[in-house]
Design a protein around this ligand. Sequence first.
Ligand code: CDP
Length: 250
Amino acid sequence: MGSVGAKEVPVLLSADGRRIDGRRLDELRPIRIQAGALHQADGSAFVEWGANKVMAAVYGPREVHPRHLQQNNKAVIQCRYNMAAFSVDERKRPGLDRRSQEISKVIGEAFESVVFAEEFPRTSIDVYIEVLQANAGTRCAGVVAASVALADAGIPMVDLLPSVAVGKIGGAIALDLKKEEDNFGEADLPMALVPQSGRLVLLQMEGHMTEAELAQALDLGVKGCRSIHETMKQALRDRYAVAPLAGGSA
Ligand code: CDP
């Protein structure tokens, strides 16, 4: 532990390039995705990613509420990201605060880039993201969960939308920050990638990076997204795998 004033700052990167949880700079936290975790929703997914636990539920295409949001030429995508009061160390006041509103907006806009909304005019596709346990990168875990939930609901999309945050810790660019790295690191850069085209449809940044570091961070993030994409596809395969016919010949 080093210290800055009265505040204890953990050593985020050891001399041999290991992080506080033993990961290398380019390593993701373990990620597990369950497609179709809820019965009531049209589509759903549960994501455990490091210590994050995030549930996503999708309803629609269905009637638009409130009515005035209805669009004649396409579906509206309404996204609500919410953190449970018990999801963080210090109890979070329930309800939508500015942070959740911002995250809901950027995630909704990211999905507008991949969903074929024009196929469902005058309807709403409602995406609910509930963070049950948070440990940094929850908006990315939310995008991943919502994306698999949209696919599970049968909503046509250009592609799934893998997402990850890259950051800067102890002067180095690192993939998939956990909470201490997010809190005490120098920068945090969440992103979401359309794998097919390589286009980024969500990109935010907190902190500072040089131009060269930003290029390195984007490169590392894209690689991370491509790996998460495989896990997302596997979750859908696991859900929809057809059992071989009994008695079928080999
Ligand atoms: O979760 P994400 O990294 O997308 O968003 P953030 O605003 O950078 O928050 C980073 C982390 O701070 C969250 O994942 C939580 O672990 C924590 N946090 C918290 O403890 N209390 C809040 N009200 C908001 C965030």
